[in-house]
Design a protein. Structure first.
Length: 124
């Protein structure tokens, strides 16, 4: 008997949900769902500006240009942290690329932790 994979289980669940007219199951990793996505109701992340572990982190919508974060910018001490939104709604950054988080704020905080006081070097 073939082994059922997560991909097959999600595909089967999506097919059943579509047939029944229900929302499809989320492929988000446990603990990374959209319940705490810090969005403003239309799915766009909320702006933030705070000091976290002694570093100023900010996030805000950006106008124009191509951004992997869907027009959203994240900054640590004024230096842009490149972020990207995944298909499942989670976010990653260049600092913590293999650890998806539920929001840009969480990506900034994870980067601060990972940097351990080192300055963020801008990507050019």
């Amino acid at each position: 008997m073939p082994r059922i994979t997560r991909r097959r289980a999600l595909a089967a669940g999506a097919a059943v949900a579509t047939t029944a007219g229900l929302p499809a199951p989320s492929a988000a990793a446990p603990g990374h769902g959209n319940s705490h996505s810090n969005s403003n109701g239309d799915g766009a992340p909320e702006a933030f500006d705070e000091v976290y572990r002694g570093r100023r982190i900010q996030g805000r919508p950006l106008a124009g240009g191509h951004h992997h974060g869907g027009g959203y910018g994240v900054f640590i001490d004024g230096v842009e942290l490149h972020v990207m939104r995944n298909a499942d709604g989670s976010w990653i950054s260049v600092v913590s690329h293999y650890d998806p988080v539920p929001s840009p704020r969480a990506a900034a905080r994870a980067a601060v932790v990972e940097l351990r006081g080192a300055p963020l070097v801008p990507l050019t």
